[in-house]
Design a protein around this ligand. Structure first.
Ligand code: UT7
Length: 321
């Protein structure tokens, strides 16, 4: 027995913002954003909290799986934008769901966060420490964007995706994860400044800062490498993969990975154009959409692959149950 995805769900804020609308606020254009990134619009919260979004995504995943809240014994939320420093987002969500039997914690691995959380839950299930787990990737990135920095703020969006996990004949087969803290400054968002009785640091408000080209170069090298390693480890041929569900950061990264793997781009589902980059939420949002549309068939081999802040990366091979 392995760990199966029993249900999926997602939530996107009601408010959508097109590239043209952004151009009313800053020196940018639909032409620049869409040709450089593939993004046409994104969802930006006008009031939904991270807990609201995670809750709606979780509700759909639980309904889809048939697993009620009291049967969840683990909740992990992957996020860098939790509503509170404490309680954790997972604990806030536990209360809203009434998942009274779950142990709850958050995980920060930026855009790879959902995959790191998925693997952690998998190990809990395989270790006999949980029967059913809820894993969420949720981000309210609009609150950590510098809206005066057009090179980052046009890229990101808000949203949440969720999966319910349980034991199954088919499911997670192989996992590759990696981190390189030495290159972490390429995608940085500082924490609160040190301020106490003895010191007051004068620092700017902590917004996201990204060395776009450095992260781009990292992604186009690291992602295909880790997918190739995963395929080799699993003894599965690239042609046997139904879908490559990549973190949605830039269409040019996805095209480059497809080219390097010599795989038709049609096998790379995309929601980047509608959602922008939603960091830890992008993979489960995309997975939920494919599942909702009936595009995942029993026996399909699917690879999920994430990359980003840390720097971190990972790939998971799943046989759809
Ligand atoms: O999820 C985490 C992982 N993140 C990623 O994978 C992101 C990876 N990086 C990228 O996707 C790309 O590097 C970006 C989309 C961020 C940037 O694309 P780029 O082709 O690397 O552009 P650039 O940063 O080299 O900027 C080119 C020009 C610059 O102007 P000059 O210096 O050539 O005159 C920028 O000032 O584009 C300018 N620019 C813009 N122009 C209009 C930067 N942002 C904008 C903008 N609108 N929003």
């Amino acid at each position: 027995m392995t760990t199966a995805i029993l249900g999926t769900g997602s939530y996107l804020p009601e408010n959508t913002v097109s590239n043209d609308e952004l151009a009313n606020y800053m020196d940018t254009s639909d032409e620049w954003i869409s040709t450089r990134t593939g993004i046409r619009r994104r969802h930006i919260s006008k009031g939904e909290t991270l807990t609201d979004m995670a809750f709606f995504a979780a509700q759909e995943a639980m309904e889809n799986s048939g697993i009620p809240a009291e049967k969840l014994d683990l909740i992990i939320v992957a996020t860098v934008t939790a509503d509170c420093i404490t309680p954790s987002e997972a604990c806030l969500l536990q209360e809203r769901l009434g998942a009274v039997n779950a142990i709850c914690f958050d995980m920060n691995a930026a855009c790879s966060g959902f995959l790191f959380a998925l693997n952690t839950a998998h190990l809990y299930l395989q270790g006999g420490m949980a029967e059913h787990a809820l894993v969420i990737g949720a981000e309210l990135l609009s609150k950590i964007m510098d809206w005066g920095d057009r090179s980052t703020c046009v890229l990101f969006g808000d949203g949440a995706g969720a999966v319910v996990l349980g034991k199954g004949e088919h499911g997670i087969k192989n996992v590759i994860m990696g981190s390189d803290g030495a290159r972490g400054k390429a995608l940085l968002c500082s924490g609160r400044p040190l301020e106490n009785l003895f010191i007051k640091q004068e620092v700017e408000f902590p917004y996201v800062h990204m060395e776009g080209q450095e992260v781009f170069r990292f992604a186009v090298r690291q992602v295909p490498e880790c997918i190739e390693e995963l395929l080799q480890q699993a003894s599965v041929r690239v042609g046997d993969i139904r879908y490559f569900i990549l973190h949605q950061a830039n269409i040019r990264i996805i095209q480059s990975v497809a080219k390097r793997l010599q795989v038709d781009i049609d096998k790379f589902p995309i929601n980047l154009s509608e959602c922008g980059n939603t960091s830890a939420a992008s993979i489960p949002i995309l997975l939920a959409a494919l599942n909702r549309d009936g595009k995942l068939q029993s026996g399909d081999n699917v690879i999920l692959s994430g990359f980003g802040g840390g720097l971190t990366w990972g790939a998971v091979l799943i046989e759809w149950q």
